[in-house]
Design a protein around this ligand. Structure first.
Ligand code: C2E
Ligand code: CA
Ligand code: CA
Ligand code: CA
Length: 275
């Protein structure tokens, strides 16, 4: 038995080493990938219910590597956070999204607003708000057009991240609380943070057409948002039935495959649609 346990123990350590090794490799490759221009952004529409007219877009980062193929942001963003590359990658994302928005604006096809995801580490980084102000000035984008999407966990610790949120608001930038309802202190945060948009997590949207806990929570969250004068966006809407039910219980904003998948910028401009 001792021998078997010993074997299992060694195997377990081996897995850990493999995982640590893979993480280190991925971290190093991300660095190279940024310099090699392997990242790009896609944009997903956020629509108004019930008609589905586009009112905003959310930018989402994509990484295509010749050897690995596509790697999802759920995989590489946490690694970039741990290595610190997220600060530089995040700056690239912000600048690229702002440049794209400025181009849409010049072409007369800009949606009302555009969202950029900002991770915890980026938000707490000294100089982040100055960077946002500089990139907006450099690209000529009005601050009120930008929505910075932050997760509850990013602002949970308070301190630098909360200060950054306040300063961004003073700048005129809007703040959206992402994955709302999945964190530890969703409602508590609303008492102190100058948030204007709640992005209601897709886990509550998924089962909204069935009587049950998720539908009750989705209903409660829209009531909280309306009561506080906030905008709630239902995330991950995949069917017409979900959209209809969300509208019925009071949602006026939605995002999801039913309305549009994340797509390259060129495909979303009016010129391309007309062509
Ligand atoms: P998120 O900010 O909650 O983004 C929404 C995710 O849901 C996106 O996944 C999007 O493609 C996906 N999605 C949209 N509609 C539907 C739907 O109808 N059904 C389903 N099942 N999924 C839908 P994605 O692009 O893989 O991004 C995953 C997460 O990675 C994001 O979650 C965000 O936390 C992070 N992320 C993505 N882009 C960036 C970025 O530029 N910067 C940072 N810091 N994080 C990012
Ligand atoms: Ca988001
Ligand atoms: Ca989300
Ligand atoms: Ca998410």
């Amino acid at each position: 038995a001792a021998k078997a346990d010993g074997g299992r123990h060694r195997r377990y350590d081996g897995d850990l080493d493999d995982r640590a090794g893979e993480e280190a490799r991925l971290g190093a490759e991300l660095r190279t990938a940024l310099d090699a221009g392997e990242f790009h952004l896609v944009y997903q529409p956020i629509v108004e219910l019930p008609y589905g007219n586009v009112v905003a877009v959310e930018s989402l980062v994509r990484w295509w590597n010749p050897e690995r193929g596509y790697v999802g942001p759920d995989v590489f963003i946490p690694v970039a956070e741990r290595t610190g590359l997220i600060v530089e990658l995040g700056e690239w994302i912000l600048r690229t999204a702002c440049r794209q928005y400025a181009q849409w604006w010049r072409q007369g096809v800009a949606p009302h607003r555009f969202g950029v995801n900002v991770s915890a580490r980026q938000l707490a980084e000294p100089g982040f708000v100055d960077l946002v102000a500089a990139v907006l000035a450099e690209t000529g984008v009005h601050p009120a057009r930008l929505v910075v999407e932050v997760t509850e966990t990013a602002v949970f610790g308070g301190g630098a991240a909360v200060r950054a949120v306040r300063e961004l608001t003073e700048l005129g930038v809007e703040i959206a609380l992402d994955d709302f309802g999945t964190g530890h202190s969703s409602l508590g945060l609303l008492q102190t943070l100058p948030v204007r948009v709640l992005k209601v997590d897709k886990s509550f949207v998924e089962n909204v057409t069935m009587a049950g806990r998720h539908a009750v929570i989705a209903t409660s969250l829209i009531q909280v948002a309306n009561g506080l004068g906030l905008v709630a966006v239902a995330e991950g809407v995949e069917t017409a039935e979900q959209a209809a039910e969300l509208y019925r219980i009071g949602y006026r904003r939605a995002q999801g495959y039913h309305f549009g998948r994340p797509a390259m910028a060129q495909l979303t401009t009016a010129e391309q649609v007309a062509a």
